[in-house]
Design a protein around this ligand. Structure first.
Ligand code: B12
Ligand code: SF4
Length: 577
């Protein structure tokens, strides 16, 4: 195996999650990860592809999945065994503040001379605080760092000047922090490729399946993404990727779009080797309806499950076009609240009837599934309003739920209000109160024993304890409703109910233990609760955590995968690797 130039490491949100006694809460209920957020940013795939295209061998190591899969996996020894020219770590999502910094420290302990590069949305926000730490050498800012990372790798390989690397924050020989200008901000996505075949080949090249999988259950549910844009035209006040945040953080005035023909090709390429679902990230109408129609006509009749996001109501004609292009399409719609006043305060401006019509048109057009998402912790939202949202779910299920295609979800805005979002920057104006602001404060908060204290905010309308209580109550009621409408079996309903009851009990226990003044005893008693906490934290993980290829074999096109594997073996042989 040849030595990689760059190793991209993805840390769990809390490095020592296997030892720390923490009740993470339902923070990852609507994403494929567990609460330690083991999924790496898809940017890892575009970064790796870009660097390899320009001659820099890049290896992805999902430490979080490896630690989750194998309780005995020694992450530190593994890091010590690597020997690249540089390490890259994502601090994309702020919930990784503790894990990513701890991994950076381990890297420095074993490789004091090897540069540590960080990137991602949160790294961009906290770039100065990051490079002031000894364990971090460089931060690349921006939502598009493929080219700046290549410039940095070239400079590191040849001893070139660092002040010319775009978007770089670094320390000079005197330890002074330098912030290079944000000069790289591509206006479109023509130069990046979300090429998953790179992953398949890397598995063969590095003889390492577990390090490459994007999240724990990916082999069983191999969802892949098509990227329609970077940035967003919308202004949701709690979102760190909104138009407001992109402008302030990256100087992005409008999103960078992938050309429709290119995006259609990306999706068809995925289809060649995977029969799993493809999610198209970003509402495809953001660049205008013509752009969306061009994409749909290039996709005409594409088979397989395609998940499409809608950020606002859609017309009947549009949904019919969608059905003709993607006959097995599913929709994801975040309406946030049943109450248009709350929704407006959040930054979404449409009445319920328009979205209800959208659901009706979609289902009539043959949409396979409509997922509707509601959130807890919003401006102007009270505990009572949260319960009324569940009443509204019943109204929707009564109207559309007959054949099981409509699926409502409710989850808390947790663990953190996004840095860079309008609500984080101007909390009082949006009715928020922040408990933590700096990176270090968030890092420390992640080690607190309950999500009630990890939450970095409360609102004028709900205290942290009310957010926690309303979440469990709403999830309990929604669970019962879903069982009544045949969306889950009675065994599933009972199992979820038991888990929620256990979680509520643990929140209370932790509160009581936190009153113990003697630190050693407090820690000991919290530690004694860890097995029960983990039963709730990782309830969705199988007991037997082996990852093996055949798990989701039916979802793969074996001929195409075999072709990619053979190609890589051939390259291996030719290159004498
Ligand atoms: C798609 C998306 C998702 C997908 C993730 C797909 C994936 N694996 O990346 C899903 C739906 C699963 C998701 C989940 C979550 N998300 Co999200 N997500 C987005 C969204 C809409 C687009 C991001 C995107 O596609 N970017 C394009 C890709 C190609 O680039 P990228 O992955 O960002 O990587 C580039 C740069 O960030 C940077 N970079 C990243 N890592 C590194 C590392 C190094 C070393 C370097 C140099 C550069 C670098 O360079 C990359 C290439 O240019 C943004 C909002 C927005 N409009 O941007 C929110 C956003 C990023 N998500 C956010 C959050 C909070 C979450 C969750 C924590 C929510 C939750 N509680 O469940 C989870 C975390 C999941 C996990 N890790 O397990 C916040 C992050 C705010 C913050 N600063 O913390 C955002 C900004 C807004 C939001 N609230 O949704 N998300
Ligand atoms: S939450 Fe709102 S602002 Fe953020 S990416 Fe989604 S639609 Fe855009």
């Amino acid at each position: 195996m040849a030595r990689p130039h760059l190793v991209l490491l993805h840390a769990p949100s809390v490095y020592d999650f296997r030892k720390e006694a923490i009740l993470y809460g339902p923070v990852s209920d609507v994403v494929p990860s567990t609460p330690i957020f083991e999924m790496y940013p898809i940017g890892f795939v575009t970064l790796a592809e870009y660097l390899e295209r320009h001659g820099f061998r890049t290896r992805i190591v999902n430490l979080a999945v490896r630690m989750l899969k194998d309780r005995g996996f020694d992450a530190e020894a593994f890091i010590a065994s690597l020997d690249p020219l540089a390490f890259g770590l994502d601090l994309h999502w702020l919930p990784h503040a503790q894990g990513a910094l701890e991994v950076a420290k381990i890297v420095k302990r074993h490789h004091p001379q090897t540069p540590v590069i960080m990137g991602g949305f949160s790294a961009s926000y906290y770039h100065q605080e990051l490079v002031a730490r000894q364990e971090v050498d460089y931060v690349l800012r921006g939502d598009s760092t493929e080219e700046p990372l290549l410039q940095l790798m070239k400079a590191l390989a040849s001893g070139g000047a660092l002040d010319r690397v775009a978007n770089l924050t670094w320390r000079d020989e005197r330890g002074e922090v330098k912030v290079n200008p944000l000069t790289y901000l591509p206006p479109d996505l023509s130069d990046v490729a979300l090429d998953y075949s790179h992953l398949v080949k890397a598995v063969v090249r590095d003889r390492d399946l577990a390090s490459n999988v994007p999240f724990f259950n990916w082999l069983g549910y191999p969802i892949m993404a098509g990227l329609s844009c970077r940035g967003c035209t919308h202004g949701c006040v709690t979102c760190g990727g909104s138009a407001y945040a992109s402008r302030h953080l990256f100087g992005r005035e409008k999103p960078a779009y992938r050309r429709p023909e290119m995006l259609a090709q990306d999706i068809k390429d995925i289809r060649r080797f995977s029969r799993g679902p493809v999610i198209v990230l970003g509402d495809i109408r953001q660049a205008g309806i013509d752009h969306a129609q061009k994409l749909l006509s290039s996709l005409q009749g594409t088979e397989g499950e395609a998940i499409v996001e809608l950020f606002a109501p859609a017309s009947r004609e549009f949904l019919e076009e969608m059905a003709s292009a993607l006959p097995h399409f599913a929709l994801e719609i975040s309406v946030e609240s049943h109450d248009p006043v709350v929704r407006r305060a959040f930054g979404k401006h449409y009445p319920n009837r328009e979205m209800e019509r959208t659901m009706e048109y979609a289902l009539e057009a043959g949409c396979q599934r409509v997922d509707i998402f509601f959130m807890i912790g919003l401006p102007k939202q009270t505990p009572r309003s949260v319960m009324e949202t569940i009443d509204y779910c019943e109204v929707l299920l009564e109207r559309f739920g007959g054949d099981g295609r409509l699926h409502p979800f409710i989850s808390p805005l947790a663990p953190f209000l996004d840095p860079g979002s309008a609500a984080f920057e101007e909390p009082e104006q949006h009715g928020y109160r922040l408990f933590y602001r700096t990176l270090e404060e968030h890092r420390q908060a992640l080690l607190l024993p309950s999500w009630k204290y990890i939450l970095n905010y409360e609102t004028r309308w709900m205290k942290r304890s009310e957010i926690v209580e309303a979440t469990y109550e709403a999830q309990l009621r929604l669970n019962r409703l879903k069982a009544a409408y045949g969306l889950m079996s009675s065994e599933e309903r009972l199992a979820t109910e038991e888990r929620i009851a256990k979680a509520k009990e643990l929140v209370g226990c932790i509160d009581r233990l936190l009153e113990i003044e003697e630190e050693a005893r407090r820690k000991r008693e919290l530690q004694a609760l860890k097995p029960q906490m983990d039963k709730v934290n990782f309830a969705t993980l199988p007991e037997d955590r082996e990852l093996a290829l055949p798990v989701g074999w039916g979802r793969w096109n074996p001929f195409w995968a075999a072709r990619l594997v053979a190609q890589e073996w051939w390259e291996d042989l030719k290159g004498g690797r």
